[in-house]
Design a protein around this ligand. Sequence first.
Ligand SMILES: Cc1cc2nc3c(=O)[nH]c(=O)nc-3n(C[C@H](O)[C@H](O)[C@H](O)COP(=O)(O)OP(=O)(O)OC[C@H]3O[C@@H](n4cnc5c(N)ncnc54)[C@H](O)[C@@H]3O)c2cc1C
Ligand code: SF4
Length: 272
Amino acid sequence: MENFVFGRKEKPEEEFGVYKRALVARSTDEEILRKSQDGGVVTTLLSSALESGLVDGAITSGTDPANPWLPSPSVVTTRSEVVANAGTRYSLSPGLLALKDCMKLGLGKIAFVGTPCQVQAVRRIQKFLPKYANMLTLTIGLFCMENYSYDGLMIEKIQNELGLNLDDIEKINIKDKFLIRTKTGEIKEIPLEEAKKFVRPSCKNCSDFSAELADISCGGVGLKNWTYTVNRTDIGVDAFDNAVEEGLLEVEPTENFQASWIICILVGFSWG
Ligand SMILES: Cc1cc2nc3c(=O)[nH]c(=O)nc-3n(C[C@H](O)[C@H](O)[C@H](O)COP(=O)(O)OP(=O)(O)OC[C@H]3O[C@@H](n4cnc5c(N)ncnc54)[C@H](O)[C@@H]3O)c2cc1C
Ligand code: SF4
């Protein structure tokens, strides 16, 4: 599949798949930074791609209003819709099911955001189902070590055991452990070992941490309010550069964030 996407295989010195450059970036927009999981790069890239006409819509993940924190595929066509879906939900969001909705809406060019396994599926669709190939214009992969069952993590552990009302939770992030911040600013923690039993079985055999087939891959890797960003293809570089030229992203070299680079190498290696 690497040959299909990049026209070549990974070189020995490429630590986490084929790529053109790696950077650390964050949004310059306060609202995006507040709502996003890390540095808001994914939300910024999608907004910029929509506003420049690079894409007509994007498949992201929203939540089901009746079941707070239950991810649900969500097709967005405006900046405000993209921003509303910012942040991470750590359960499966079957985004590819929304391809049909994109077709019904007549969207000619779309961006797709998803986990590395979903990006692999996107590439297989592009290779084997030409009907969708031209439509899937920009693929943004999220670094991913594990995905958790909603009933286990959110209902059994967080709602029933920790006693939190899911509607009261503002943000859930993983930085060595689960950090759950409520709307009143209280922080609850769950050690990763306690959540292990809720990991989806397919994740135990997964070998792609950094979405190695995406146009752009993004992860938090221990960073606070910054996104580790890997530009892998020409379209990925263009989408990123457009956002920088528009003043939407602030960029730092990865050398200033050595610990995250080491995490990428070690996790990518142990996963791969
Ligand atoms: C299941 C999962 C596990 C992850 N594990 C890791 C990890 O181990 N290490 C790491 O460094 N990073 C991990 N990430 C990525 C990280 O949480 C951030 O998404 C990433 O750093 C980008 O941050 P951002 O602020 O730029 O994204 P934002 O600007 O906040 O945008 C995030 C985008 O992701 C979409 N999204 C949210 N939840 C899902 C979902 N369940 N499925 C598909 N799309 C979704 C949103 O709709 C939004 O478009 C994981 C993400 C997911 C979904
Ligand atoms: S760990 Fe692998 S299989 Fe599990 S959701 Fe992430 S990319 Fe998919």
